[in-house]
Design a protein around this ligand. Sequence first.
Ligand code: HEC
Ligand code: HEC
Ligand code: HEC
Ligand code: HEC
Ligand code: HEC
Ligand code: HEC
Ligand code: HEC
Ligand code: HEC
Ligand code: HEC
Ligand code: HEC
Ligand code: HEC
Ligand code: HEC
Length: 267
Amino acid sequence: MFKNQWKVLSVAMFVMVLVVCSSTAALAEQAVLTVADCVKCHSEQPAQIEAGGAAHKTEIDCQACHEGHRPSVANNIPECSNCHEGSAHYEVENCLGCHNPHQPLDVRLEGEHKQVCVSCHAGPEQQMVASPSQHATFACNFCHADKHGSIPQCIDCHEPHSESMTAADCSTCHQAHKPLELTYPANTASLLCASCHDSAFETLSASKAKHSQIACATCHTTKHKTVPQCADCHGVPHAQAMHERFPKCSDCHNIAHDLNNWPTKKN
Ligand code: HEC
Ligand code: HEC
Ligand code: HEC
Ligand code: HEC
Ligand code: HEC
Ligand code: HEC
Ligand code: HEC
Ligand code: HEC
Ligand code: HEC
Ligand code: HEC
Ligand code: HEC
Ligand code: HEC
């Protein structure tokens, strides 16, 4: 009896094992999704990954992010932090506001952003803090709009100072992140200064003295509103006694832009 029972039990167990094995096999056949299957039901995401998946195409696949699927898995949407950690940029909020995970480098810049930009580009913000202007009150993407990396032209928003001035000239005197810090190189064309100082330009151009051959920026060096001393270039040109009697050069030479031309007058 005991022997029979054992027999029945082993037959039953054999049958059970068979059933379990075959049903697992059937289940496996039904449920194992592969990456190749996704496109059968989802067209948009595979197309996006194909076109602009970047490292999300080349280094990982759909299932590295989407583990499992409904109905057996309730939530298969990954957190970015599963894979991206350890930099200031990965601490900012709302990753999906800028990145489509299926086209991670086609960054959308809707809304206002500053801290996110600064998390990678510290320089512009530092310049704005050191040299305040109205530009410093704007969001970075007020100017760098639409697409990451775009650079606007000043004349998109401002009129040039004169008709002859071009978009390329602005950077001679201004930098976007500190536009009120007005500096210019020694080779700055006098015509650019003339857009605001037309009378100085005309007076100097009309003068027959040698100063008329000198560029504005040679005398008014580097920083806007710098005014030179005659002695910076000429030292002490005359007898000491004469300078004591007539302490100002202008007593005899008029102004730098329109020197009295003594030799001509003597003729
Ligand atoms: C047989 C069709 C089919 C296949 C194959 C399929 N899906 Fe889906 N998937 C669906 C349907 C239908 C939904 C919508 C389910 C719902 O909203 O309840 C869905 C939803 C999703 C979602 C959204 C889940 C959510 O919580 O909103 C993701 C992610 C997803 N699928 C990824 C994948 C990936 C990755 C693959 C390939 C490994 C894949 N799917 C294969 C039909 C499929
Ligand atoms: C880097 C991780 C990542 C990879 C790789 C990835 N996805 Fe996604 N996917 C996401 C995230 C995150 C979301 C949620 C997006 C959202 O909420 O805007 C998502 C959303 C989805 C959705 C739901 C869309 C919706 O509107 O609800 C589907 C379907 C999907 N992915 C399919 C795929 C398929 C198919 C692949 C491979 C071709 C793939 N994903 C590759 C991260 C990824
Ligand atoms: C399953 C892991 C995984 C998840 C989840 C994931 N990523 Fe990635 N991602 C990677 C890998 C791997 C790379 C390539 C190496 C790197 O840059 O770290 C990458 C690269 C990127 C890149 C640069 C792409 C390039 O080609 O230079 C961006 C942008 C990016 N991920 C954004 C995101 C965002 C946003 C999320 C959340 C929506 C996210 N990732 C979720 C794995 C992941
Ligand atoms: C305000 C928009 C914005 C937000 C929000 C944002 N990113 Fe980015 N992210 C960018 C820009 C712009 C780049 C530079 C892309 C390039 O190099 O072309 C970038 C690059 C990346 C890169 C690739 C370069 C790198 O430094 O690794 C990864 C990965 C990344 N982001 C992940 C994330 C994650 C994770 C989040 C959320 C915690 C996030 N991003 C939030 C705009 C954003
Ligand atoms: C995850 C880091 C990251 C984030 C966030 C980021 N950038 Fe960039 N950005 C880069 C990289 C990398 C480049 C390309 C390399 C370079 O030229 O410095 C770049 C290039 C640029 C350029 C073009 C530079 C040039 O010389 O052509 C501008 C402008 C720019 N980013 C502005 C922004 C703005 C505005 C934001 C915020 C909306 C932002 N970036 C967010 C990493 C980032
Ligand atoms: C008023 C418009 C404006 C604002 C606001 C602005 N930029 Fe710029 N940015 C420009 C222009 C124009 C250039 C081209 C170089 C120049 O003219 O000085 C530039 C150049 C850049 C460059 C490339 C050259 C460089 O200096 O590294 C980066 C990166 C950049 N900006 C990032 C930023 C960031 C980050 C912010 C916010 C903190 C910001 N910008 C705010 C207009 C602006
Ligand atoms: C996207 C538009 C935009 C761009 C691009 C832009 N600006 Fe401006 N800028 C403004 C606005 C708005 C103001 C505020 C005053 C006004 O309405 O003119 C301003 C103010 C200024 C000021 C006065 C700042 C102050 O605090 O008084 C200067 C100087 C200036 N911009 C120069 C430039 C130069 C140079 C460039 C190129 C490198 C440039 N801007 C690019 C929009 C812009
Ligand atoms: C030769 C030097 C020089 C050049 C080149 C130059 N600027 Fe200026 N810009 C100045 C000076 C100096 C001021 C300050 C005037 C003042 O103090 O009122 C100024 C002021 C400004 C202002 C603020 C005051 C105003 O007029 O609204 C804006 C905006 C401006 N410049 C835009 C531009 C643009 C755009 C360009 C290129 C088309 C440009 N600048 C080229 C020297 C220059
Ligand atoms: C956008 C117009 C603008 C441009 C361009 C410009 N300036 Fe001026 N400049 C001014 C204004 C406004 C003043 C102040 C006028 C005043 O105080 O009467 C000024 C004042 C000056 C002063 C007098 C400082 C003083 O203490 O009296 C000098 C010198 C000067 N500029 C030189 C230059 C030179 C050199 C250039 C060319 C590199 C130039 N400026 C370009 C607008 C401009
Ligand atoms: C940036 C240097 C510089 C400054 C500042 C300067 N000069 Fe001159 N000056 C020159 C040069 C260069 C010449 C031409 C010398 C030559 O060719 O022999 C010159 C020539 C002259 C001449 C001779 C004119 C002629 O046509 O023969 C006189 C007079 C003179 N300067 C007076 C002055 C006075 C007065 C001042 C101050 C109001 C002054 N200079 C400021 C550089 C300067
Ligand atoms: C040889 C040197 C020299 C050259 C070249 C020169 N300046 Fe001057 N500038 C001076 C000196 C010195 C003063 C101070 C007043 C004086 O002594 O004449 C001055 C004064 C000024 C002033 C303030 C007083 C006024 O006349 O409004 C302005 C603005 C100015 N210069 C602009 C210019 C411009 C623009 C140019 C080019 C077209 C230019 N300067 C070329 C030396 C020069
Ligand atoms: C009392 C009148 C007087 C005063 C003050 C005066 N000068 Fe003269 N300066 C002259 C006369 C006159 C000449 C012409 C001499 C000649 O042609 O030989 C002259 C010539 C010059 C020349 C040209 C020299 C040459 O070799 O071509 C320079 C440069 C000059 N002066 C600079 C100055 C400077 C700088 C000051 C102020 C520090 C100054 N002068 C003050 C009367 C004066």
